[in-house]
Design a protein around this ligand. Structure first.
Ligand SMILES: NC(=O)c1ccc[n+]([C@@H]2O[C@H](COP(=O)([O-])OP(=O)(O)OC[C@H]3O[C@@H](n4cnc5c(N)ncnc54)[C@H](O)[C@@H]3O)[C@@H](O)[C@H]2O)c1
Length: 368
């Protein structure tokens, strides 16, 4: 497969996303080709990324290298790990033209990008995403962040990488649940803006989930293009970019209600959230029955476990609605929802009272 290139244009300049097979083993050359001539490089690496891939990247970079290995979990997306990264950069006397490269999923990416953004007011940052979710979602758009005891991603910056190297060879070692997490975002991208991409996914879902060529490459590429178009129009999430949160208001509340337990991870919560947002849209005559059916059928093909009843009971409703009400996107006592009008078209301007949402859940649990 020929390496594909997508250029993201921001108000701070442009940067390329390269998508291909085994391209990370050429990282050293790719840095130079993209005018990154650092004399020192810090690699922040997810411990679960296969060692042979890391070895190839290290070998390709001739400059002085430092390495930090981290375990990837939400607890580690923390100020103390930012301090750890900054300490190495300071101790080794990095300057702004030197470079920090993250090799990992969204957690290592968000943490590293945040650290790079605040080091001497901005160190060169390169992202090598190693999960499907990071390749189709978190590596695009410049959101960085860490967690605190007050919540997830509440501390962060907008900061763009100079280069993203999306090597699909990393995906071979990903566990099935992580594949589904990434697929949730691909599926979401199709629903929010591209019906023909949804049709492609619907036709080829089996091959995509098995990472068969050329289906997986096309899914990643198309998905990145959709996110690119949205973030380029609205970098700071003032308007249009909100549609990327489709399914997430419900999804975040589901994750939070279960105390972020491993029973339901983020991507799975997003799929449940998409299903709820589609049901809510259908109940309120915003979405037609045919498209609703297509969406529910597709979710069932991802996995048969995506039904609210497998995770919640009627007694959980109040808790879920309470978490929905504390969502960052609400500015009054109503809940903002992003709802779907038809496949390929969503709108973020809907507002509903807490009572109405509660009734929706009550109805749901009454009908099962
Ligand atoms: N910045 C953004 O715009 C944005 C967008 C979406 C999500 N996020 C953030 O991304 C994070 C989730 O990212 P994620 O889903 O990539 O999770 P993650 O980084 O935790 O990775 C998931 C799991 O896969 C493992 N892993 C990573 N690469 C691997 C590989 N090649 N082989 C085997 N295992 C591998 C990790 O160790 C981890 O256990 C969340 O913190 C979320 O807030 C950020």
């Amino acid at each position: 497969m020929k390496t594909k290139k997508i250029t993201i244009s921001t108000f701070e300049g442009k940067y390329p996303i390269l998508i291909g097979k085994n391209i990370s083993s050429n990282t050293g050359n790719l840095l130079k080709k993209n005018k990154i001539f650092s004399s020192k490089v810090l690699l922040v690496v997810d411990k679960k990324v296969p060692l042979e891939m890391i070895k190839k990247i290290k070998k390709s970079i001739k400059e002085k290298k430092n390495l930090i290995y981290l375990k990837s979990n939400e607890k580690n997306k923390s100020q103390s790990n930012v301090d750890k990264i900054l300490s190495v950069l300071l101790k080794e006397n990095f300057n702004r033209n030197d470079c920090l490269i993250s090799i990992g999923g969204g957690i290592i990416g968000d943490l590293s990008a945040f650290s790079a953004s605040i080091f001497k007011r901005g160190l060169i940052y390169v992202n090598i995403p190693t999960t499907l979710l990071a390749q189709v979602d978190s590596s695009i758009g410049g959101k960085t962040g860490i967690n605190s005891k007050f919540g997830k991603n509440l501390i962060g910056t907008f900061y763009q990488p100079k280069l993203v190297i999306s090597d699909i060879s990393f995906l071979k070692s990903l566990p099935k649940r992580e594949i589904i997490c990434g697929y949730a975002e691909i599926f979401k991208h199709s629903l929010i803006s591209n019906r023909s991409f949804f049709n492609f996914l619907n036709k080829n879902i089996k091959e995509i989930l098995k990472f068969k060529s050329p289906y997986i490459e096309k899914s990643i590429y198309k998905s990145c293009i959709i996110k690119k178009k949205i973030v380029e129009k609205d970098f700071k999430e003032k308007n249009l970019r909100k549609i990327l949160n489709f399914g997430h208001t419900f999804g975040h509340a589901y994750e939070a209600s279960l105390g972020y337990s491993s029973k339901l991870n983020h991507g799975e919560a997003v799929i449940l959230g998409i299903s709820s947002a589609a049901t809510f849209s259908q109940d309120n005559k915003i979405l037609n029955n045919n498209d609703a059916k297509l969406i529910f059928k597709h979710i069932d093909r991802i996995s048969s476990k995506f039904s609210l009843r497998n995770f919640f009971k009627k007694t959980n409703i109040k808790k879920i609605v309470k978490f929905m009400a504390t969502d960052k996107k609400n500015f009054d006592d109503k809940i903002n929802l992003i709802l779907i009008k038809k496949i390929g078209n969503v709108n973020f301007k809907y507002k509903f009272s807490l009572k109405k949402i509660e009734k929706f859940f009550l109805n749901y649990f009454r009908t099962i």
